[in-house]
Design a binder for this molecule. Sequence first.
Ligand code: 13P
Length: 250
Amino acid sequence: MRKAIIAGNWKMNKTPKEATELVNALKPLVKDAVCDVVVCVPAVDIANAVEAAAGSNIKVGAQNVHFMESGAYTGELSAAMLKEAGAEYVIIGHSERRQYFGETDFTVNKRVLAAVKAGLKVIVCVGEKKEERVDGYTDALVSYQTLIALTGLTPDEVKDVIIAYEPVWAIGTGLVATDEQANETIGVIRKAIEGKYGKDVADTVRIQYGGSMKPANVKGLMAQPEIDGGLIGGASLKADEFALVVNYDK
Ligand code: 13P
């Protein structure tokens, strides 16, 4: 039985002071959650979010990580830096990073290896664009993205990875994959993992859905057998709205 994990992706929103306020507001609202609760915040907000979340069930994550340990990489942050700042999780390969910042499956894999080595839990994002779904490439694409991202990890390390299936056409658009579409594609991802790492690993890996997930649709999505949680953008920016997603079972 996989434990569900609901993570907020704040993207480029909230200053450190606002991060403190949002986490403080969230704490009492999600304290009885049956799932793991994570907020992935801008890097400069990590310290404040960690301080505000202390003693609660809220974990803090980052939104990107560089793959080198240190060196002349102006503006970048290493896995060790994020870990020491208090991040336990990191999102890797979000479609916005692929779209705007030149992220490729190859660099996603390098980041995954660096983050896992440093002891961060990774949330790896995969997903197809609208035209790729229309042309029938979704299954091949998400399988390929997933397997490349995981290359070089041991089967035990793969078990701890969280995959976020985020159809690009559903992100920030209000368009949501149907419960069945999301379940089916997440099942395809799990099958791809099974093909390479075996059933035990595939049955353990948690796979989230992301893309316009919100209080109004969370129950239907979470009722699907393959869906183990959500990666939430817009609806994670207000405490009461995010809490309704986290408390999907209530
Ligand atoms: P929205 O929930 O705003 O569609 O964003 C989804 C997402 O990109 C989470 O990483």
